[in-house]
Structure formats: structure tokens, C-alpha cells
Design a binder for this molecule. Structure first.
Ligand SMILES: [Zn+2]
Length: 159
């Protein structure tokens, strides 16, 4: 049986998945601020969604990997929790997240990832423009608005 490991985006945006197959962590639930997201979570829970705590030993391993890929600075404590839970169920788990750093670490850990929103934001976020003069980074454009030098396309992050 496939377990869908859900980050907060699943409850914030909604995802058409059998709630009985969803597992999340308590820190995700604590992050849900809007009443809409809380309601979605309550409905999912009634439908069988499980809330679990991450295993401390697995969590430690995830932290080590994230430090190795330098994603650790962009990961919240909740992100580490959700990655730990996905790793725990790795062989039957699909991690539902749109967070780029989380996707990156999941990739290294061999965890299958499915985006929550339909389009893959990963493809959009993967590139940035860097100024050849002052090395400032921008999301788009051909000429630096600060110093006027040419912008070059650059990978935002290596996978
Ligand atoms: Zn510049």
C-alpha cells in the first residue's frame, strides 16, 4: 500500500487523494493557520489520515544528508520532520511537496516525490539570471538593473 506523506501544502491547497492513505507529522498540523486548511485537515483526519511523530534516528540521518547537499539552511524543522517520515516509509512512500529544497533532499534520499500543485514549480525555480558585473541575482531580464552589465543564466541549485 502506498503511503502519501503530506506536507502543509496538501492541506493548504487541497489534493484529491484518499485521506486513508495520507500520513503527516504533528509539526505540519501545528503550521496550519487558515481555517480552510484546518478544515481540510479535520476532514482528512476523519477519513483516516494519520498524524505521526518522526523517528529521532531517521531524523538525524536526514539532517546529515541535508547538511551534505547544503539544503539544510533552507529547510525548516517541519521540513526535516516530513522528510524523516517519508524516509521511514521509503519503499511505499510518495512525498507530496512543492518545496524545492525538500524535493532536492528527497531526491538524494531516493524518495519518490509528487508535486501538490499541478505544475512543477521545480522547473521554474531551477534557473536564475546572474549579473556578469556585480553578481547580483535576478529572476529574469537580460541586463542588470543595478550596474547595466549582461545577465547570464545560471542554475539556482545543483541537483
Ligand atoms: Zn550588475
Amino acid at each position: 500500500m502506498v503511503h502519501y506523506i503530506a506536507d502543509s501544502a496538501v492541506f493548504i491547497m487541497g489534493k484529491d487523494i484518499d485521506p486513508g492513505t495520507i500520513i503527516t507529522v504533528s509539526s505540519v498540523v501545528e503550521e496550519l493557520r487558515s481555517s480552510e486548511a484546518s478544515l481540510r485537515f479535520e476532514l482528512a483526519r476523519e477519513g483516516g489520515t494519520r498524524v505521526e511523530l518522526p523517528d529521532p534516528l531517521i531524523r538525524k540521518k536526514v539532517l546529515e544528508i541535508a547538511e551534505g547537499t547544503r539544503d539544510v539552511e533552507e529547510l525548516s524543522s517541519t521540513d526535516i520532520d516530513i522528510l524523516s517520515k517519508a524516509l521511514e516509509y521509503k519503499d511505499d512512500a510518495v512525498l507530496l511537496t512543492d518545496d524545492y529544497a525538500v524535493q532536492n533532499v528527497a531526491h538524494v534520499l531516493g524518495i519518490e516525490v509528487m508535486p501538490v500543485a499541478q505544475k512543477k514549480i521545480r522547473d521554474v525555480l531551477q534557473w536564475q539570471k546572474e549579473c556578469t558585473g556585480c553578481h547580483r541575482r535576478f529572476d529574469k531580464g537580460d541586463v542588470c538593473p543595478v550596474c547595466g552589465c549582461t545577465l547570464k543564466k545560471r542554475r539556482k541549485r545543483k541537483i
